[in-house]
Design a protein around this ligand. Structure first.
Ligand code: ADP
Length: 179
């Protein structure tokens, strides 16, 4: 699967058409990657978000990107980990799918994701990484017209990066795609 790249870095610096934010359901800004994105985008972003009426968990909404290098920010609301019996896996998968759909609908050809729900929301990292990679691989397999050129999975620290690499290699070995 040569349209996926796992990289370590700060998503606010990445030069892609759309970056995904791990937002909260009020789209009100917050800590972690959400705070970093709002700081880098400037005040226009929170002003636009405040007009969107929030967003359901498992879904996503798109805005402009203001002072960021990207054209769009896609605000995806991941589930808060509650032990795994509250629909967390399907809600997290749906965040990835909905974000990819929105990117394609808006003509974005490159998109970058953080590890949604893996910080303050407490989702176990390997389980979340597996969902992230599987959803992106499945989406790209169905995207026959190759409207998406590249999907970056941006890992903020080396622990997350190593975990994503391991999950991706396991998945390739099991035949779900190859880089
Ligand atoms: P959530 O509330 O969905 O758990 P967080 O922002 O707390 O969201 O964390 C999600 C992931 O984003 C974590 O792995 C965290 O290390 C990572 N992260 C934090 N800042 C950045 C950044 N600037 N770029 C990319 N990833 C980031």
């Amino acid at each position: 699967m040569n349209r996926i790249q796992i990289v370590q870095g700060d998503i606010t610096k990445v030069e892609v058409d759309a970056i995904v934010n791990a937002a909260n359901s009020r789209l009100a800004g917050g800590g972690g990657v959400d705070g970093a994105i709002h700081r880098a985008a400037g005040p226009g972003l929170i002003e636009e978000c405040s007009r969107l009426g929030g967003c359901d968990t498992g879904s996503a909404k798109i805005t402009g990107a203001y002072d960021l290098p990207a054209r769009y920010v896609i605000h995806a609301v991941g589930p808060i980990w509650q032990g795994g019996q509250a629909g967390e896996p399907s809600l997290l998968a749906s965040c990835y799918r909905r974000s990819l759909e929105l990117a394609v609908e808006h003509g974005a050809r490159t998109i970058a994701f953080p590890a949604i729900s893996c910080g303050i929301y407490g989702y176990p990292l390997s389980a979340a990484a597996e969902i992230a990679v599987k959803e992106v691989v499945s989406f790209l397999e169905l995207d026959e017209s190759e409207s998406l050129e590249m999907v970056l999975l941006v890992c903020f620290d080396s622990g997350v990066h190593e975990c994503y690499e391991r999950v991706f290699e396991d998945l390739c070995r099991r035949g779900r795609g190859q880089r």
